[in-house]
Design a protein around this ligand. Sequence first.
Ligand code: TXA
Ligand code: MG
Length: 334
Amino acid sequence: MQIFKIDEVLNFPYERLKLLFDTPVVIPTETVYGLAGVINNDNILNDIYQIKGRPSDNPLIVHISNLNMLKTLIKETISPEYTTLIKKYWPGPLTLIFKANDNVSSVVKGNHMDTIAVRMPNNIKLLKLIDKLNIPLAAPSANTSGQPSPTEINHVLNDLGNKVKTYIDDGKCPCGLESTIVSIQNNKITILRPGIITKEEIENCLQKEVNLYTKESNINYTIPGMKYTHYSPKIDVYLFIGKNYNNNMIKKAQNFKDKKIGIMGSNDIDICGFKYEEIFYMGETLIECASNCFAGLRHLEKKVDLIFVKGFPYINEGVALMDRLEKASSEIIE
Ligand code: TXA
Ligand code: MG
């Protein structure tokens, strides 16, 4: 196994770079680390599913560095709404769903979809790397399936270790949550997965109403990843929402007298009246807390037996943050 700094890799001659991408490679993005493969090699793409333990029906997001690459992947012309979103948010943490071109390998599409998820990541060095390779990279988050996504190279090493030959390191991922995924069907704009680019921002940008997909919403879209467990550390997470969180934590802690409890929440979290082992302060703003969310879960998982998290308001970036925390939790306490 080899770990490179991204600057080192950018200095490789083309032939060496190409050789490096003969197997799956861990890449940095502005959201989370990805496990990447060139989209024209099914063996590599299949290896990605295998290494992650990812169900084969869960399609991959394709990462591009310019709009010409997008045109090679899609069937349709780009809709006015997508054009507006692309102008405003690419490169950035926004994934768009298109009808896939017939040339796109079915492995990318989870072996059953006729659509393709595409994004242009906002990491200038990664964009240079994709440019140099001159081929899009399909990349799911570089965690073992079901685990919290990795926002530092050590998280990936912890999950995947020697299963991957090449790691490219570019420090901490600034967003810390995966991209917002948007789909348009029959003129209806839907956020399939909330992210740091919020519903409010997208509505503002398009001057149109946007739906947020939930299991309950009666929308005929599929986001195959939804049906699988997500973002869960190996220990139980209890999510406390509402004003009474401190009292509820005290009550809950009585069930776990001989266990080590870890706490996670924004810097202004108020916790008194019960014994805990370790506390992880996520930050002041919603954006800051979002960027530290997965790192916090991974940090506490190593130190304690169970985690109490103080929830966030369901507004702006809080929607994405709560989406991940709810999925990570074994119980939500109001
Ligand atoms: O920020 C991100 O999006 C990160 C970085 C690495 O780019 N990637 C990421 O990939 O989060 P992954 O595989 O962990 O999540 C992709 C999600 C899955 O839930 C998958 O089901 C969904 O996107 N997806 C992929 N292609 C799709 C499609 N054609 N239609 C609907 N959902 C799709
Ligand atoms: Mg993932």
